[in-house]
Design a protein around this ligand. Structure first.
Ligand code: IPM
Ligand code: MG
Length: 360
């Protein structure tokens, strides 16, 4: 039989990123063993804040180029208490996402079995959203600067950039994704009352693209009102598309409403496939719990499922998701972020048992 090989670049990064990526790879290996139809060829990269402190750079100058040789990237987290966050973000994560044109950031949110939403009356499966975050421009375009440092007339600007090409491609992606989901429902989030140029362009392009998706029901929300709707009427939402910054904020709210940021996965997709996509848990490096062995690995397992799906291993992705749901259903396997006492090791072992077990 022909065994498919997937080349994976693993970049654990900082803090608990290291702990959860190790757990994720263990689970992926077990899954590959069980399926027997594919294998992983994993290369580890030490690109991180430690490397920055040693060498002055988070990754080599040709880092993003080197990643092109891989089928996918599994990323942990980047960020450390003693290095300014904007250096880590621009030195590693955006330094990968932007050159590899991973313009669609996809963030599914669902209340998994056994997990309690902080919202009264919201049970498992009742909150089921996918947030599509524009991942290449907007407020993260990097345009701006500072003049007259330290003087009373010091000025600082961050310019949000919205291009027709950039907005149109994310809008198409979001409509297509909404169309592929049972409810075929899309909410376009902007702030086009106050931001009267870029956000109005978003609204216009949404209307244009919608014409190509007559079977998708869509509506518009201002981002502030969206926080209220997410909290009070979560059942009315399905697929959501928003700018880089708005979706960054909304996705944290979504993760909290689904029970914990320790569960939330994300995919930085290059939908055109001309460069590899990158998969990461949303939670970040969490230095307050680093080294304690209590990081929730579930976000990375779900992230791994998204990666499998992207690699064309749909069945394995579904099996992995099933194993995750079995594990979250047991409160004895909840880590402290979920109010439990389980360790990363215990949750990972339970996953391995579920995957190796007969009845999955
Ligand atoms: C996220 C994170 C990052 C972001 C941080 C770590 C810079 O919050 O992935 O949502 O703002 O993009
Ligand atoms: Mg965020």
């Amino acid at each position: 039989m022909n065994i498919r090989t997937h080349r994976i670049a693993a970049i654990p990064g900082d803090g608990i990123g290291v702990e959860v990526v190790v757990a994720g790879l263990e689970v992926l290996e077990a899954l590959a063993d069980r399926e027997g139809t594919f294998r992983f060829d994993v290369e580890h990269f030490d690109w991180s804040t430690d490397r920055y402190k040693r060498t002055g750079a988070f990754m080599p100058a040709d880092g993003a180029e080197r990643l092109r040789a891989f089928d996918a990237i599994l990323f942990g987290a980047v960020g450390a208490p003693d290095v300014p966050d904007h250096l880590t973000l621009w030195g590693l994560r955006l330094a990968i996402c932007q050159p590899l044109d991973q313009y669609a950031n996809v963030r599914p949110t669902r209340v998994l079995p056994g997990i309690q939403s902080p919202l009264r009356h919201v049970g498992a499966g009742e909150l089921d959203w996918v947030i599509v975050r524009e991942n290449s421009e907007g407020e993260y375009a990097g345009q701006g600067g500072r003049s007259h440092p330290g003087l009373p007339l010091e000025v600082a600007t961050d310019v949000a950039i919205f291009t027709r090409a950039g907005v149109e491609r994310i809008m198409r992606f979001a409509f297509k994704l909404a169309q592929s989901r049972p409810r075929k429902l899309l909410t376009v989030v902007t702030k086009s009352n106050a931001q009267r140029h870029g956000m109005v362009l978003w609204d216009e392009i949404a209307g244009e693209v919608a014409a190509d998706f007559p079977d998708v029901t869509w509506d518009k929300m201002l981002v502030d009102a969206m926080t209220v709707r997410m909290t009070l009427k979560p059942q009315t939402l399905d697929t959501i598309v928003a700018t880089n910054l708005h979706a960054d904020i909304l996705s944290d709210l979504a993760a909290a409403l689904a029970g914990s940021i320790g569960i939330a996965p994300t995919a930085n997709l290059n939908p055109d496939g001309d460069a590899p996509s990158m998969f990461e848990p949303i939670h970040g490096s969490a230095f307050d719990i680093t080294g304690k062995g209590i990081a929730n690995p579930v976000a990375t397992f779900w992230t791994a499922a998204m990666m499998l799906e992207h690699l064309g291993e749909r069945e394995a992705a579904m099996r992995l998701m099933e194993a995750i749901e079995r594990v979250t259903a047991d409160p004895a396997l909840h880590t402290p972020d979920l109010g439990g006492r389980a360790t990363t090791r215990e949750v990972t072992d339970a996953m391995l048992r579920a995957i190796r077990g007969r009845n999955l």
